[in-house]
Design a protein. Structure first.
Length: 315
């Protein structure tokens, strides 16, 4: 049962196309001071940013730049009190104002370090909104660097995913629907159905083109999760087939009249049983495997359905 592992949302993609180890060694060392959750979030956002850039067909040099900016986007949280950063529950208005300063704190930190200075944009602009409702400066689309627009989408997506503590991509489309709303002007959010959204995005908070690229990344991840579950399904089927034979031999042993025949089937059973299995528990393990197979098949059906929903979403 050891193959029943959790799926890492970001595991199917590596950054091997880019020589990031040499480029980012110093920059990534800056993350060591962050708490484990913030550091993981920074890593996730960087991975998403890199893959979004690839789907946007951006130059490799910009993709590397954007990825490093994304790694460092929350570096200013080094200076936010842990009582606020790790608070369970909503922040007060005063606490939220302190939290918002991580953008300028991170920017200032980067600007003071010659090796971090080129990537200061990620720290400063990842909470700016295209319609001017973001922070720290309330910039609008024309003044927000493209790297900040990309990181914002990746940042919001991972923040929602982490907050909801998804264990699977099932229902992940609900997260994308939230982001779709953020890509729309406020006066369209309530009046237009999600699957018929169209028109002018200029007043939305996030870049719809970047969001479309994120959709493709999420579909990739969902397909990867399906492949992982299918691998486990294959393992389960093999175990079920083996234990079906054990059960068959066990019934024959129980019904055998001669001691010689009983021993014959017993030896066959012993050869088929694996570590931790015995005559006393193999049937319960058999039932567990069958239930696990049913559950995994349901997960696969749910994931395929999720892809269908995502593909129908309109921005």
């Amino acid at each position: 049962m050891g193959r029943n592992r959790e799926i890492d949302f970001y595991s199917p993609v590596s950054l091997k196309s880019y020589n990031l180890d040499q480029t980012m060694r110093y920059q990534l060392n800056m993350l060591d001071g962050l708490d484990v959750f913030t550091r993981k979030h920074c890593e996730n956002v960087a991975n998403l940013t890199c893959r979004i850039c690839e789907y946007l067909h951006l130059k490799q040099s910009f993709t590397i730049y954007a990825t490093i900016c994304a790694y460092l986007h929350d570096i200013g949280k080094l200076f936010i009190p842990s009582s606020i950063l790790q608070k369970n529950g909503p922040l007060t208005d005063e606490e939220y104002e302190v939290m918002k300063t991580h953008t300028t704190l991170g920017y200032n930190m980067c600007m003071k370090d010659l090796k971090l200075r080129p990537y200061a944009a990620g720290a400063k602009y990842h909470h700016e909104a295209l319609n001017g409702t973001g922070y720290p400066e309330g910039l609008t689309k024309k003044d927000i660097p493209y790297v900040g627009q990309i990181i914002r989408v990746a940042d919001e997506y991972d923040a929602i995913v982490s907050k909801r503590q998804y264990k699977s991509h099932i229902s992940i489309s609900d997260t994308l629907k939230i982001l779709i709303k953020n890509a729309r002007p406020d006066d369209h959010i309530k009046s237009v159905a999600l699957d018929h959204l169209s028109g002018d995005y200029r007043l939305g908070k996030i870049n719809p083109k970047v969001l479309k690229a994120l959709f493709k990344v999420v579909i990739d991840d969902t397909e990867y999760e399906i492949s992982c579950v299918l691998e486990y399904v294959s393992f389960l089927k093999d175990q079920i087939k083996r234990l079906e034979l054990v059960n068959k031999y066990y019934e024959k042993m129980q019904n055998a009249k001669k001691e010689k025949d009983k021993n014959y089937y017993l030896e066959g059973i012993k050869q088929l049983l694996q570590s931790g299995e015995s005559l006393d528990n193999f049937q319960s393990i058999f039932e567990e495997y069958k239930q696990a197979l049913t559950n995994r098949n349901n997960i696969i059906d749910g994931l395929y359905n999720e892809i269908k929903i995502i593909k129908k979403l309109r921005i």
